[in-house]
Design a protein around this ligand. Structure first.
Ligand code: GN1
Ligand code: MG
Length: 364
């Protein structure tokens, strides 16, 4: 995107600084995200929000602002300046809105960049896994008293397995013969796992697992760390909505324990790292053990398997639908992502029974 255009959009916001340069941050699959360097004391994140996928952008931005406000209210004695180093802070535009609507139909928002922070697409150190677990625990603790009736449902049924399965079944119906053939091995795996992968959803619907305010996009690249591996905070609060903690635990594990990137094509590089699972779980339970119910703890391994599955299912669905949802860089990108997730499940299964036994013990 041209510097002049980004600069003029950035200048719609009230940041009292001047654009110097920008770089695109590429880890998201939906929005477009840019780091804007300025001549002032702060740099900023400028984001174009995909309004084809997010139907109510003002509602989404309001969710994000309310979430940050709620998290900030936990630190009544800390200045805004200090808060902006550990909680996402949104910047208003010149009309006092937290988003800017450009006449061409795009929505934009701006956040303060948290200085000296870094993200990881792949985890290479169990300290990061442990710190990541604590960050999620802190996030869930921080939002545990948040009145979720203030939030809009950004994408209804976002992690609802029944609804994702329905979308998948309809993609199978409409897919081209060629794509179906290429996906054959994976459609078979989906059929084999279907029943087990609905267990968490059923427990949620039966009221056995409590609904809380959850993040819903906890992949590890959505957590900020210091350069010496300490957790700072979770970012990308686009999908904060009511949910079960298993969505968040499982989605984080899906990315932390994958020894390769989510779209690595060489499946021999894709393995489930059990040490990182243990470290993440340790950090997570240290921060949440007083609030989780035994049934929540018992089902953490199933959460991991279910969230890897649901992402595999969603990538496969998008492949069968001719790539209409996620950004793709080449023809079979979604199929490669799906294959990667199903390989990760295969690797997880090698020690799945051990993880389940440990979870039963931890829950008792
Ligand atoms: C999408 O765009 P990004 O990276 O924040 C998706 C998540 C998936 C993720 C897979 C709204 O998130 O659910 O886990 O890709 N977000 C939406 O990497 O669908
Ligand atoms: Mg996201």
């Amino acid at each position: 995107m041209k510097a002049e255009i980004l600069k003029s959009i950035f200048n719609e916001f009230d940041h009292k600084s001047n654009y110097i340069s920008h770089s695109e941050l590429n880890s998201g699959h939906i929005n477009d995200t840019f780091l804007i360097k300025t001549d002032g004391t702060k740099d900023y994140i400028l984001q174009r929000i995909n309004h084809t996928i997010f139907k109510d952008v003002p509602g989404l931005v309001n969710n994000k602002v309310l979430t940050s406000e709620h998290l900030k209210s936990k630190y009544p004695n800390i200045s805004e300046e200090e808060l902006s180093k550990k909680i996402l802070c949104f910047v208003k535009n010149k009309n006092n809105d937290f988003y800017y609507y450009k006449k061409d139909g795009d929505f934009w928002n701006v956040m303060i960049f948290i200085e000296d922070s870094i993200t990881h697409d792949i985890v290479k150190d169990k300290e990061i896994a442990y710190e990541g677990g604590k960050l999620l625990g802190d996030f869930l603790n921080g939002t545990s008293d948040f009145d979720s009736s203030q939030l809009i449902d950004v994408i209804p049924n976002f992690h609802d397995m029944a609804s994702r399965y329905k979308q998948y079944a309809s993609s199978v119906q409409s897919a081209s013969k060629e794509r179906l053939k290429k996906a054959e091995r994976y459609t078979k795996i989906v059929s084999d796992l279907k029943e087990e992968m609905h267990i968490l959803q059923n427990l949620k619907e039966e009221g056995e697992i409590p609904v809380r305010v959850t993040h819903n996009d906890t992949k590890i690249s959505n957590s900020l760390f210091t350069k010496d591996n300490k957790g700072i905070c979770m970012i990308d609060t686009d999908t904060v909505m009511p949910g079960i903690i298993h969505y968040d635990f499982g989605d984080a594990i899906r990315t932390i324990c994958n020894t390769a990137a989510e779209d690595e094509k060489d499946l021999s590089k894709v393995e489930f790292n059990f040490d990182y699972y243990k470290s993440y779980k340790k950090g997570f339970l240290e921060t949440t053990k007083d609030s989780l119910t035994p049934i929540e703890i018992k089902h953490l391994p199933l959460a991991a398997k279910t969230m890897i599955f649901i992402m595999g299912l969603r990538f496969l669905t998008d492949y069968l639908n001719n790539d209409v949802y996620y950004k793709t860089e080449y023809l079979e990108h979604n199929l490669d992502r799906a294959k990667n997730q199903f390989k990760l499940i295969e690797s997880l299964e090698k020690q799945y029974n051990n993880l389940k036994s440990e979870a039963v013990l931890a829950a008792s």
